[in-house]
Every structure is written in C-alpha cells, then in structure tokens.
Design a protein around this ligand. Structure first.
Ligand SMILES: [Zn+2]
Length: 111
C-alpha cells in the first residue's frame, strides 16, 4: 500500500498514512513532480553526434531533459530533434549548450 501524498510504502493492513492522514492506495503513485513540471525547448539539432554530445552534457550536469521529434523522424531517429528541459534549468542549459551552437552544430532556442 502506498500513500498518494508522501509516496511512502506501507505494509498490507495499514489503511491510513500516519504522516499525512490520508487513505492509502494499492498502486504505487507516479513520481510527484514529473508530469506537472513544464519542460521548455532550449536546443535543436539534426546532427546525431551532437545529439549524443548534448545528452552527455546535460546528464553530467544533472539536468533532466526530454527529446522531442516528430512523426517519422522519431521512428527513424533522423532529422531534427529538440531538447526540452525543466523551465528552472533552461537558463543553465542554454549556457552549457551555447558553445555548441557557436560551433554551428545546432541552434539555441530562446524564449
Ligand atoms: Zn503520507
């Protein structure tokens, strides 16, 4: 059983979270913040090696990202993709990716 508020797991038989005073649910709830968080596009490129490079930069900086592409491009992993990051990390991500854009490997997406 899981608390839908604090996400704590409890043994079967416990019905109320002692911390939050709410009814427990059977299914593990999805992570708290993910689906409510707004991701905004910060960078686009069509170069596969740049895509991997950008991924590694964002990962090593601890910035979460989503890769956006459209239709067939997504299936074939070809064409231009956009990197989206949480709004709070957008300024830091643009700064990190600025040198790549300066090398003409992609484009920063400004607000
Ligand atoms: Zn709770």
């Amino acid at each position: 059983m899981y608390c839908p508020v604090c996400k704590a797991e409890y043994k079967a038989g416990i019905k109320i979270c002692p911390e939050c005073q709410v009814k427990l649910v059977e299914e593990q709830p999805p992570p708290n913040d993910f689906q409510y968080e707004e991701f905004i596009p910060v960078f686009k490129t069509a170069d596969p090696s740049t895509i991997n490079f950008v991924k590694s930069i964002l990962e090593s900086s601890g910035i979460r990202y989503a890769l956006m592409s459209q239709g067939l491009q997504a299936i074939l992993a070809l064409g231009e993709v956009k990197f989206e990051v949480p709004e709070e990390d957008a300024a830091a991500a643009r700064e990190l990716l600025f040198p790549i854009a300066a090398n003409k490997k992609g484009d920063l997406i400004e607000k």
